[in-house]
Design a protein around this ligand. Sequence first.
Ligand code: ATP
Ligand code: MG
Ligand code: MG
Ligand code: MG
Length: 439
Amino acid sequence: MRLSRYFLPTLRETPKEAEIVSHRLMLRAGLIRQEAAGIYAWLPLGLRVLERVCAIVREEQNRSGAIEILMPTIQSADLWRESGRYEAYGKEMLRIKDRHDRDILYGPTAEEVVTEIFRASARSYKDLPKNLYQISWKFRDEVRPRFGTMRSREFLMKDAYSFDLDQAGARHAYNKMFVAYLRTFAAMGLRAIPMRADTGPIGGDLSHEFIILAQTGESEVFCDRAYLDFEIPAVNVDFDDVAGLQGTVDAWTSHYAATDEMHDASVFAEVPEEARMSARGIEVGHIFYFGTKYSEPMKAVVTGPDGKEQPVHMGSYGIGPSRLVPAIIEASHDEAGIIWPDSVAPFDVALINLKVGDAAVDAACAEIEGDLQAAGISLLYDDRDDRPGAKFATADLIGLPWQVIVGPKSLADGKVELKRRATGERELIAPVDLVSRLK
Ligand code: ATP
Ligand code: MG
Ligand code: MG
Ligand code: MG
């Protein structure tokens, strides 16, 4: 992609309304634009990151055996009356009336809809287990939308829903998501720590929030430092291995980790002092077992092996991709701008032409552009007629992992400069060697 033809509305000034660094950088780097309070447009560069985040989420959901669907964003109030949540949900729900004066709503979550879909076809325990997920926009009329897409009113959520015959089955479904989540966040360069979360009236220990540690996080968290060194389950993890997954989950829940709502100071005091960590965190995911809370009132039943009908046991599992983008920036930036982890970067390389109009430099850039593209390395080519200083600043701000800098001086020696954004390390390299170096 050539920058002269692209749409990259970067800002030189720091926007006053942005209180935290990720919000400032998302606005300055032209990733998003606010259209109304807590409602954002995703601009081309931001959309590319969001899509890569979703691709990682999707890959790990699929690997764990979950099946993707897409449910409507607009839902019928009647379904929520069936579960009893329509009145209970409160002001975060955006309630709408259609032209026939029927109550509809913009879904803040989708337990009711997915339960309706499931009950329409499931008949027997042989139809189980199932896990259906979607990645779709949600709306919650947050009292205080803030920090850009970190807490917006319209936001993207991956929401998965599991259906099992009994609690033991549901626990395995829960463990699958638990392990998939560990892999998902690690693949984005993040260390998310599962922390015990409130299960509400159902009780039990099957609810965890996945928290990224960050000074700007809205939650206060307390945990054992040991989690920082825990090993992430490997790509070949066997999701059908019930005991194996339970072992992984047991290990990842063996030490203290709780948000302020679940915090127990007396238990935390038993953690060795040097391991005790109290910090702030960002909730990027949340998994939850809720048994028959929806299946019972909504009559999502199957016949068991004994021939008797019984309500299915369910769980739901959320991840916030549009919150993950700022969370990644909170974890990875410097004074000059964003530093994208390779796995989510909008392009792999910023190709910087230092002297547009110089025949040799233009030709070298065009050749590098072609070579990288042919090798499947994505690049944003800064071919604008602008000062080198401005180009360097833009490249650092938008944070692509590599910069390839082409100027007349080094080119006279047959070399271009390669800079790693994260470390600032630079090397001179022959253009023909770029592809093998970057692959
Ligand atoms: P929070 O405590 O931050 O309000 P929540 O507990 O209400 O989040 P869940 O219902 O658990 O959120 O939703 C699952 C995931 O959706 C969250 O873990 C988070 O990643 C994401 N999410 C929730 N609300 C928002 C929001 N307003 N903006 C962006 N992402 C959100
Ligand atoms: Mg909330
Ligand atoms: Mg929460
Ligand atoms: Mg939550």
